[in-house]
Design a protein around this ligand. Structure first.
Ligand code: FES
Length: 343
């Protein structure tokens, strides 16, 4: 028997290793040829100190100079001493390059393409060696755009346990991936996928969670919900999904399905366009008050454009509330970034 340990490096690259209950995470990393920071290997120096974001473990033997009781209580741990009691997610204080590792590239083929509307496309890939592509719900990969020398980053909208991997794309004029998906994509096309990456992923649900999505920022939250469908949480999870116009709305039926079978999951959606027929017109902040945030006893996960991230931050601060944790992923269409740089 062994457990899966996700090593999330400072540059967002994540590597997964197998670790048996009777070996330390440092030993398992060494076997996988990943050089996490180590010095004494004896629980004395603190060089390997990492943050355990998810899972249960035995912390092993160490001295106070390496790890204090307060640090251990906050989730800090010593990989040279710890042995797993479950799958783990560790934030490692090093870049992937310093640990002499890197993101892996996986071969995949286009298996499905759905044009939800003029603004949103979803595509699904079949990965050649799916077992080798582990990821945490909420993470992203870089995908090489066929026929170009460019790559684009997309968050998985599928869950880690699903065989096929899916992505949501907001189409933009002149966008490399948008052009490919709209004009040239054919089922069976080969695409290379590099990753996984990112520190925006679902942690253990230790208290109520509030998920906030802007547009195709819904994708990583769908991945989290798929995870929760497999491993239900003991706390309520509420999602607020905001878009600009009615045609940007996707996967409301999927959210309805999840609300039907994930215990404690509820959701609302809103549309900014005044001409919308949606029940809620306006922004996600219009649906957030102190009770939505459980007066601060909530973990917040937000994926959306930069303006939305800032608006939500200001709104929460305006309510005088500091959530227990606030995880966010800002995204900007690559074409818009190029335009902004040119300006
Ligand atoms: Fe010294 Fe882990 S390497 S405490």
């Amino acid at each position: 028997m062994s457990f899966q340990v996700a090593l999330n490096f400072e540059d967002g690259i994540t590597r997964f290793i197998q670790c048996s209950p009777d070996e330390t995470v440092a030993e398992a990393s060494y076997k996988a040829r990943i050089n996490i920071p180590l010095d004494c290997r004896d629980g004395a120096c603190g060089t390997c100190k990492s943050m355990c974001e998810s899972g249960r473990y035995d912390g092993g033997d160490y001295i106070d100079e390496a790890l204090t009781d307060d640090e251990a209580a906050s989730g800090l741990c010593l990989p040279c001493q710890m042995t797993p009691h479950s799958d783990l997610v560790l934030r490692v204080p090093s870049s992937s390059a310093a640990a002499k590792t890197a993101a892996a590239t996986h071969r995949a083929t286009l298996a499905a393409l759905t044009h939800h509307s003029a603004t949103t496309v979803e595509f699904t890939l079949e990965v050649e060696d799916r077992e080798a592509l582990d990821f945490l719900p909420g993470q992203y990969v870089n995908i090489a755009v066929p026929g170009t020398d460019q790559a684009r980053s997309y968050s998985f909208s599928s869950g880690p346990g699903q065989q096929r991997i899916s992505f949501l794309v907001r189409t933009v004029d002149g966008g490399a991936m948008s052009g490919y998906l709209t004009d040239r994509a054919r089922i069976g096309d080969r695409l290379d996928v590099t990753g996984p990456m990112g520190s925006f992923y679902l942690r253990d649900i230790a208290r109520p969670a509030l998920l906030l999505a802007g547009g195709t920022g819904l994708a990583p939250l769908l991945s989290m919900l798929e995870r929760l469908a497999q491993h239900p949480a003991a706390h309520p999870v509420h999602l607020i999904y905001g878009v600009t116009t009615d045609q940007d709305l996707v996967h409301l039926d999927t959210l309805e399905d999840y609300a039907g079978f994930i215990p404690g999951f509820t959701f609302e959606h809103c549309v900014a366009d005044a001409a919308s027929t949606a029940r809620n017109r306006g922004f996600v902040t219009g649906l957030m008050d102190a009770s939505t945030l459980h007066d601060g006893d909530a973990d917040v996960y937000l994926c959306g454009p930069p303006a939305m991230v800032e608006a939500v931050r200001e709104h929460i601060a305006g309510l005088g509330i500091a959530p227990a944790s606030f995880h966010y992923e800002k995204f900007t269409p690559a074409a818009a970034r190029e335009t902004a740089r040119a300006a």
